[in-house]
Design a binder for this molecule. Structure first.
Ligand SMILES: [Zn+2]
Length: 94
């Protein structure tokens, strides 16, 4: 996996802050997103915020361009099965 480094993390954090300010719903299920909680491996939180890419990076979508970012709940993102999960999900092995 390519290391996209700080540019991606910065863009993601900025996008999350803006989405949280608007209380943006999940772009897939339109459900409420929990922007306040942080990831807890001991407690599954299906409403947790996750960044999804409108055009998957595996299909050439930009990984750092906010125009390609979508606010997504954990449940939908997991169901969608993005190939870029490995970028920031390292704690879980299937
Ligand atoms: Zn959702």
């Amino acid at each position: 996996m390519t290391n996209y480094g700080g540019a991606y993390v910065l863009a993601r954090d900025r996008f999350k802050a803006e989405a949280a300010a608007r209380n943006e719903p999940c772009w897939i299920c339109r459900g409420e997103i929990d922007y306040l909680s942080t990831f807890d491996p001991q407690r599954y939180n299906p409403k947790l915020f996750e960044l999804d890419h409108a055009t998957p990076t595996s299909l050439g979508g930009s990984i750092t361009n906010p125009n390609n970012f979508r606010a997504c709940c954990k449940r939908c993102n997991a169901r969608r099965g993005n190939t870029d999960r490995g970028l920031f999900k390292t704690s879980r092995s299937w």
